[in-house]
Design a protein around this ligand. Sequence first.
Ligand SMILES: C[S@@+](CC[C@H](N)C(=O)[O-])C[C@H]1O[C@@H](n2cnc3c(N)ncnc32)[C@H](O)[C@@H]1O
Length: 256
Amino acid sequence: MTENSVIILAADNAILSKRLKLEAVLPLSQLDQSNAIFEQTAQGLKLHLMLDSEIQQLMFDLVQGEVASRAIKASKSNETIAKAIGCKPHFRPRLLDATAGMGRDAFIMAALGCQVVMQERNLAIFLLLQDALARFNQSSLATSLKFPIELLFQDFFPRQQAVHKFDLIYLDPMFPERKKSALVKKEMRLFKRLVGDDDDADELLLKSLASGVKRVVVKRPKGAPCLADKKPSHEIKAKKFRYDVYLNELGSIGLK
Ligand SMILES: C[S@@+](CC[C@H](N)C(=O)[O-])C[C@H]1O[C@@H](n2cnc3c(N)ncnc32)[C@H](O)[C@@H]1O
């Protein structure tokens, strides 16, 4: 991709997942409801797309803003996620964040000292996150991380041989549709427009458990049913959501 080039991706999951579509190049003036156009700017990679007949931009950032300031002071006592993933005074899990999205949770877990591999299957989201991660890696913040964050572009099919190097799998599939959608932040609505609903989230939990990994943590909205109706070993409550924690010590819970 060259500086200031624009690349079109139809804003549709099936098409987005085909890397070859990246080859089509269109000017921004041809943006419409059926597509989304990337633009490489001096600040970073931007995705232009329409929402409610208006042109909007989506760009991820891990260097400034709320997540960055949380990361700087992240500790076991001020981040609920630390408890959910089982951080101990001398233990930080090596983890696979199988639903990377904007990379925010992964970033906080990395700031807590965990070794983090992120996976993302949506090409547009992956490219935006890859760009944010590259900008983060060039910033002074990156030196404060114990381990570099790794990002993979792939759909997640956990298999035993692939997960042996992880202590846990972290899952945060798209939350179910909220009724008051006008109240949902614009960034989240744009994100949802690209990603849709993660309809296979139940399967993702079952396969994660079947992989034999020792711990699976699922972030769920407050009041939402458990994925696959599977009761967790315990749950950790946060203000707007909860973490369902599945302890899988014998590697025996999972697909039957
Ligand atoms: C709600 S977002 C995750 C947000 C993320 N936890 C954060 O803090 O920014 C869910 C993301 O998971 C991705 N996803 C869902 N299922 C996946 C799978 N099986 N493999 C890879 N990515 C997946 C979706 O494309 C979406 O970008």
